[in-house]
Design a protein around this ligand. Structure first.
Ligand code: ZN
Length: 198
């Protein structure tokens, strides 16, 4: 191929490359926006009533945690196709439910951003993002109660993650097998009578 044909080929290549680059920057932009919002929300959580609810576990008087680096945030290596399926909250996070893969036990609930999910998908261990400490947290690093990843699913609209794991030891930091053990609350059925087992 010579002359005009070659030039056309070059033009098409340029156009496609530009489009891919643009798409990638949109995704990166969105991710960074999420991170910036995350920082903003934590700083402003104490004074912005109603707009963004602070985590229930964080007392209102506790100062928002300081962004760890304050500088450039790491860019997540999560596959953009997977990232695009997620519906992040205003902090860039998605709730992740951990379930024991063989017994079906619901073990705990944690939070993941794109990078935590990426690490979970590629290292064999579950990594969460701690909202209170504002940092990544690989389950079991301090306790030894690791979670070995067996499978990961996104729910129908991408706003929740199910991680099936092999849990070593108790999942809860209080020492119970799951975060829900011995914490039942009374339930009444449609007939007003206590539901047995609740
Ligand atoms: Zn717990």
């Amino acid at each position: 191929m010579t002359g005009p044909g070659k030039a056309l080929g070059a033009r098409v290549t340029t156009r496609v490359t530009t489009r891919v680059t643009r798409h990638t920057s949109t995704l990166r932009g969105r991710w960074h926006l999420g991170r910036i919002r995350s920082w903003h929300d934590q700083v402003g959580a104490g004074r912005q009533n109603g707009q963004v609810s602070a985590p229930a576990s964080t007392p209102a008087s506790t100062p928002a945690s300081t962004p760890a680096s304050g500088g450039a945030l790491p860019r997540s290596a999560l596959d953009p196709a997977i990232a695009a399926r997620l519906r992040h909250d205003v902090r860039g996070l998605v709730p992740a439910i951990a379930q024991q893969w063989d017994t079906g036990e619901v073990l705990m609930l944690g939070w993941m951003d794109d990078e935590a999910l990426h690490r979970t998908l590629t290292t064999g261990r579950v990594t969460y993002f701690s909202r209170s400490r504002d940092e990544y947290w690989r389950k079991g690093d301090t306790s030894g109660h690791v979670q070995l990843v067996r499978s990961v699913s996104l729910d129908c609209d991408g706003d929740a993650i199910l991680v099936q794991v092999d849990q070593v030891g108790p999942a809860c930091h209080t020492g119970t097998r799951t975060c829900f053990d011995t914490r039942g609350v009374p339930v009444r059925g449609a007939d007003g009578r206590p539901v047995s087992g609740s």
